[in-house]
Write a protein that binds this ligand. Structure first.
Ligand code: TRP
Length: 452
């Protein structure tokens, strides 16, 4: 069959660069504001233990599955499923992934914009005690400012993706991720010297199994999955730029370890100051944009610490955003033969426009609500994280566990790495454990099953 002339597929220049880029995708706002608080709420060390089990039993198996599908086909999510099983159904799983990437990126960039705005404010010296809440409210109330910063964040994302795999995403991940980890460690050490350190550490890590409710267990499963950027083909797409000699199993373990490590360190950075200044430990947007700026304002070196904090959060957010844009860009490059430049600029712009309603949902369009009072931003977030990602993840697990043959899978992971029956253990997990766990998460978070 004559092959259509296509651009030669790009590849990662090094295994290290690939691991950092995938870790960059995984480490994001989820690690910074979802994990630490949920851990504190649901019994500290007890939650962390379940989270670790979830990472091992369903996170790593799906991560490996996405890498296998991506590397064996060297294609975007839609092309990959089509190349493996060209029927009516499976390519739709790829389509769902691309659509999910589009949706998440549209509102992710809005939050990315808030972070940039806070970096800018900290440079101009505007953390002031007693004013953070008012400032955040007035920022949210300004449509022009919100759209402006949203656009700037998208601009950075487009810029990095424009450079391609090795000289864009990989190059920037190799700069931003080490910088992120160093800043995170510096701020953590600084926090550990604060008077609230002991209370903060015990809030995050001291196991209390009585607080580990069924809801807590489900939250651990959901967070572990979300935190590794699974279920929509982001890792599949990154895997499609791998060459044959990268060891998928080892890389997956490294990525999962780094992601979990960053989540725990983020907690160790945040809670000691939270308990030192006696503020509400409920992490989330409110803590990042109101409580912490208040705390920074009353710290002696708060201006510098606040600036550093928002810079590191921005690095985490941008390395996640580029992986979302890359999914969509690789899809149109492969399927429609567009150049990277055209795909990147055009789709980046379209997603920017698609994000404007999310930015406006805090001001001009705040009156538009549905689903029990959710604004547009919240609707998109809950649609993507509660429905689209677990559904996508479920079908990826079924595909890898039940549809692909052993031959197809072993070509990617068995030959080089069958130590400790790695393949066999992975196979049992991806066939039974992961799909069942994801189904339960899906049914509970969507309210199809309830606790009482
Ligand atoms: N893992 C990211 C975080 O922890 C969020 C995320 C979920 C994501 N799914 C994704 C990022 C897909 C990139 C691609 O914040």
């Amino acid at each position: 069959m004559p092959l259509k002339k296509t651009q030669k597929r790009e590849h990662w220049a090094s295994k290290f660069g690939f691991v950092l880029a995938a870790t960059g995708s995984a480490v994001g706002l989820g690690n910074m504001w979802r994990f630490p608080y949920k851990a504190g709420e649901f019994g500290g060390g007890a939650f962390v233990l379940v989270y670790l089990i979830a990472v091992i039993a369903m996170g790593i198996p799906v991560l490996i599955a996405e890498f296998i599908i991506g590397r064996s086909t060297q294609k975007n999510p839609v092309g990959a499923f089509r190349a493996l099983r060209n029927n009516k159904f499976w390519p739709l799983v790829g389509w769902l992934g691309v659509l999910t990437g589009f949706v998440i990126l549209s509102y992710y960039c809005v939050v990315g914009g808030w972070i940039l705005k806070y970096i800018f404010s900290s440079l101009t010296g505007t953390f002031q005690t007693g004013a953070a809440g008012v400032r955040f409210e007035s920022f949210l109330a300004s449509p022009a400012e919100m759209v402006f910063w949203h656009g700037i964040f998208m601009g950075f994302t487009i810029f990095i993706v424009r450079g391609g795999i090795s000289s864009g995403i990989e190059k920037w991940s190799k700069i931003l991720m080490p910088a992120f980890i160093i800043l995170l460690l510096i701020l953590m050490i600084n926090s550990l010297f604060s008077p609230g350190a002991e209370k903060g550490i015990s809030f995050l890590l001291k196991p209390d199994f009585s607080k580990l409710t069924r809801e807590g267990i489900l939250e651990a499963l959901g967070s572990a999955f979300f935190s590794l950027s699974l279920g929509m083909g982001a890792m599949l797409t990154y895997g499609s730029y791998l060459d044959k000699d990268t060891n998928i199993s080892v890389s997956s373990l490294e990525i999962a370890f780094l992601d979990t490590f960053c989540a725990i360190i983020a907690g160790l950075m945040i809670f000691p100051i939270v308990f030192t200044y006696n503020v509400d430990p409920k992490v989330g947007p409110g803590m990042f944009f109101i409580t912490l700026p208040e705390v920074f304002a009353s710290m002696p070196t708060g201006q510098l610490i606040g600036f550093t904090f928002f810079v590191l959060v921005a690095f985490a957010a941008i390395t996640s955003a580029i992986s979302l844009l890359e999914v969509v860009v690789s899809f149109v490059m492969d399927e429609f033969g567009w150049t990277r430049k055209k795909a990147d600029y055009l789709l980046g712009f379209v997603i920017f426009v698609a994000g404007i309603p999310s930015a406006l949902s805090f001001n001009l369009w705040s009156g538009f609500t549905a689903w029990g009072g959710k604004n547009i931003f919240d609707i998109l977030d809950s649609l993507a994280s509660n429905y689209m990602l677990p559904i996508g993840g479920f079908f990826i697990a079924i595909f890898a566990g039940w549809i692909l043959t052993h031959g197809e899978k072993e070509a990617e992971i068995k030959k080089v790495e069958n130590a400790f029956h790695f393949y066999d253990i992975w196979h049992v997990l991806i066939q039974y454990v992961t799909p069942v766990a994801l189904l339960i998460v899906l049914l509970y978070t969507t309210g199809a099953l309830s606790f009482f």
